[in-house]
Ligand binder design. Structure first.
Ligand code: ATP
Length: 372
């Protein structure tokens, strides 16, 4: 079993004469076996959250509960939690076998033969059986990461905490280890809280994603919910690469009026908007596509500023033809489409794909239609 609850958890650090609120009233409930990815910009409180769950940092207020029991005052070694760090944190003078056995020797009364069996088992799971007698300095980065994971598995914890465990690996190895971690999660089914900067890891690994900004939780939801139904403009801009385009607009009756375009809304979208007039229109780059039909209510003449060919698709920077000094926005367009800087292209932005945010609070007032 391993349910993990964070109930109004706050962490305040002293900072000279003032203080820094690193984590601000975070509420999360993780079910047994769930994989939760915690993302957010640098300094938003991800590591501090993880360190409080591990017991490496004291909670200023709020409660952390493991399987229903409050663990705020429980020492790290008695929390039944294993942590994997970005730096691996292996002991250089110990062999892989000794590194893996160390935690069990320190925190349990297990007999030697049981410890040996567990180490062999975990080494088998991680495919590092032949490395057991080597020292960390004789291993590649990927092998060290496997050992760090093996050392966590061997403890058979209720919860894994992982702080950017793949960020020291090169892109190819990172993608291999991502798959490996997913396999491991399927096999072991251990509740896991996983901190990362990486969009791909957040979207592909998590059962749910928790997005933090300035210590405050913005949304906890499945990756696709965060992508298609963001709670606010921050989440909408953070999840997705390239990011969602945002346009400041005023609602005038049933039409959004931007600096360089007008965009009429249907009754059902207007119903979501209610009385708000100060809005932000959000459009994902993949929802902007060239059309031969000519300019219309939701189709606009634009000029291509820059084309970045990615092979399967082009990342295209556009600006409205009527606003030569206006800001560019991004469209991802089929890689076979031939576009070059200076071309004029009419693009369509279907109303079913647009998002609208309150201009002041940033809260989502309308998200894309997912029915078609
Ligand atoms: P990154 O992605 O850069 O690792 P993060 O989201 O993990 O960032 P934290 O390391 O949790 O962020 O830090 C959150 C805030 O708390 C930051 O403003 C940081 O400077 C501050 N902070 C963290 N640890 C301490 C500390 N021991 N003393 C004072 N301030 C701290």
């Amino acid at each position: 079993m391993g349910t993990l609850e964070l109930d109004d958890v706050t962490k305040v650090f002293p900072d000279g004469d003032g203080e820094i609120v690193a984590v601000d009233g975070v509420d999360v409930e993780m079910r047994d076996g769930e994989f939760l990815v915690v993302v957010g910009p640098s300094g938003c409180g991800k590591s501090t959250t993880l360190r409080m769950v591990a017991g490496l940092e004291r909670v200023t207020s709020g409660e952390i509960r493991l399987d229903g029991a409050v663990v705020n005052d429980v020492k790290p070694q008695h929390r039944n939690i294993a942590m994997v760090f970005q730096s691996y944190a292996l002991y250089p003078h110990m062999t892989v076998r000794e590194n893996m056995a160390f935690g069990l020797e320190e925190s349990t009364d297990l007999p030697d033969d049981e410890i040996e069996a567990r180490v062999a088992d975990a080494a088998d799971t991680m495919g590092i059986g032949e490395l057991l007698d080597r020292k960390p300095s004789d291993l590649s980065g990927g092998q060290r990461q496997r050992v760090a994971l093996g050392r966590a598995i061997v403890r058979d914890p209720a919860v894994f905490l992982m702080d950017e465990p793949l960020s020291n690996l090169d892109a190819k190895l990172r993608s291999e280890m991502r798959t490996e971690l997913q396999r491991l999660q399927d096999e072991l089914d251990v509740t896991t809280m996983y901190v990362t900067h990486d969009q791909t890891e957040a979207m592909t690994m998590g059962d749910r994603i928790a997005i933090l900004d300035a210590g405050e939780l913005q949304q906890v939801a499945t990756p696709l919910e965060c992508y298609h139904e963001p709670a606010n403009r921050f989440v909408a801009g953070f999840i997705g690469d390239p990011s969602m385009n945002f346009f400041d607009v005023e609602r005038d009756g049933d039409t959004l009026v931007g600096d360089a375009f007008e965009y009429p809304l249907s009754k059902s979208t207007l119903d979501d908007v209610g009385g708000a007039t100060d809005l932000v229109l959000g459009v994902r780059p993949e929802d902007i596509s060239p059309t031969d039909a000519g300019a219309g209510a939701h189709a606009f003449r634009t000029v291509v500023e820059v084309v970045e060919p990615m092979g399967d698709e082009n990342t295209v920077y556009l600006r409205f033809e009527d606003a030569p000094d206006g800001e560019t926005f991004i469209a991802t367009i089929d890689g076979l489409e031939r576009l070059a800087a200076g071309d004029t292209v009419t693009v369509e932005v279907p109303e079913t794909t647009v998002h609208l945010f309150d201009g002041r609070s940033g809260e989502a007032v309308h998200n894309r239609d997912l029915t078609d």
